[in-house]
Ligand binder design. Structure first.
Ligand code: GLN
Length: 305
């Protein structure tokens, strides 16, 4: 298959959509991103990459970081994680409070904010003051790339304006589902959301999920095959918050989005993909990115169904 030609075609076809959507300005530093950026990268098992657009331009990975932190937590605590959070789609926005109170501080899944904050708390209990460096080193290892860091301006902007996230963590603390000091957990959470990576780096870093938990290039095992299956299942059912069903319907691949405008998607046994376009739809997922992935699976016939 001529992947490069398909990516070029997609780049042409999505052009009219650039008028639509809105960047995530509820985090002021994110609102300053140039909304015209577009990048799409594919990574195959033999190291071959294909890409169009700003494939080396770094952006804020935001909730895509939740895939990495959940990978760390599931490999440490597979048997006990279910006591702290579930594996169900929330059907609610990523930062919703309503369901969390009703369900006594147990988040629906690790890919909404409340669930990711619990995961950060779990990692903090294990790694203490080393937690953020463990997270970033894990991502460097998984991406086989030392050149990965977080954006201090975005992290600070999130700390200053993350009122909803503070409400979520306080609510969970009141239900005894947060063990550490709130400020310690949230500093790590905001930093992990502010990690900057390019679409090329992200597509490379996700390859382990396309290959049953083992990086096909370095041969390092990050998850067992069963854990990788679980993570992919969660991405399919919960990776796009209350638009997860729509994403599965349109794209047909496990995927995870972030409000920085990035989306990663997995084609099992074949490749990982990352697309980036900062303007979001009403559910907080990249508008052009979702369409680009839909076009990709339609044109290639590659989907898990
Ligand atoms: N840092 C963002 C927040 O906590 C992450 C949300 C997202 O990417 N959906 O609000």
């Amino acid at each position: 298959m001529n992947y490069q030609a398909i990516l070029e075609e997609i780049r042409e076809e999505i052009k009219p959509l650039f008028q639509k959507g809105k960047v995530a300005d509820y985090i002021p530093a994110l609102g300053r991103v140039d909304p015209t950026h577009f990048a799409m990268s594919l990574q195959l098992f033999d190291g071959t990459t294909f890409g169009v657009g700003d494939v080396d331009c770094k952006f804020s990975i935001q909730s895509i970081s939740k895939v990495f932190t959940y990978s760390m937590a599931i490999s440490l605590y597979q048997k006990t994680l279910h006591k702290r959070l579930w594996h169900e789609p929330s059907g609610n926005p990523f930062n919703s409070l309503v369901q969390l109170e009703h369900e006594k501080g147990i988040p629906r899944n690790p890919f909404i904010n409340a669930g990711a904050i619990v995961i950060t708390d779990i990692l903090r209990s294990k790694y203490k003051d080393q937690t953020f460096s463990k997270i970033i080193n894990f991502i460097k290892d998984i991406g086989n790339d030392e050149n990965i860091d977080y954006d201090k301006e975005i992290a600070l902007s999130e700390i200053k304006t993350g009122f909803r996230n503070m409400a979520l963590v306080n609510m969970m603390k009141s239900f005894k589902n947060i063990s550490n000091e709130i400020k310690d957990v949230m500093q790590i959470y905001f930093k992990q959301c502010s990690i900057s990576m390019s679409s090329k780096q992200l597509s490379r870093a996700m390859l382990y999920l396309a290959n049953h938990g083992i990086d096909p290039i370095t041969k390092k095992e990050f998850l067992t095959s069963s854990q990788a299956k679980r993570l992919n299942s969660l991405m399919l059912t919960c990776g796009h918050y209350d638009a997860s069903g729509d994403f599965a319907f349109r794209v047909g691949l496990p995927g995870k989005s972030g409000v920085g405008g990035g989306i990663v998607a997995i084609v099992p046994d074949l490749m990982s993909i990352c697309v980036w376009s900062p303007k979001l739809n009403k559910k907080g997922n990249s508008l052009v990115g979702t369409k680009a992935l839909e076009l990709f699976t339609t044109k290639t016939g590659l989907s898990i169904f």
